[in-house]
Design a protein around this ligand. Structure first.
Ligand SMILES: [Zn+2]
Ligand SMILES: [Zn+2]
Length: 91
């Protein structure tokens, strides 16, 4: 699934690192690229919606139930990316 635009970081790579991104485990360069991708590429977020991201994070951390805290953290991070990057005005 792709939005059809060219990205420096392709959708698969962005989503591969999304969990690390949300965990704060990415290198600064990767973090910037992923943040930029999320800003440019709506389909990524629609395809991999917050619930799926939270589930994957939970699977990684071996919990059975997603803590509400984790869900809020994911949401907050996605919102903060959008705020930091500003409205998409390219492409
Ligand atoms: Zn895209
Ligand atoms: Zn994408």
């Amino acid at each position: 699934m792709s939005c059809g635009k060219h990205h420096d970081l392709d959708c698969g790579a962005a989503l591969d690192h999304l969990y690390e991104f949300l965990d704060g485990e990415t290198a600064p360069t990767d973090h910037d690229q992923i943040a930029q991708h999320l800003q440019e590429c709506g389909p990524c977020l629609q395809e991999y919606d917050v619930e799926r991201i939270v589930k994957a994070l939970v699977a990684r951390s071996c919990c059975e139930v997603a803590p509400a805290q984790l869900r809020s953290k994911v949401l907050a991070e996605l919102v903060s990316v959008r705020i930091r990057m500003g409205p998409a005005d390219r492409g």
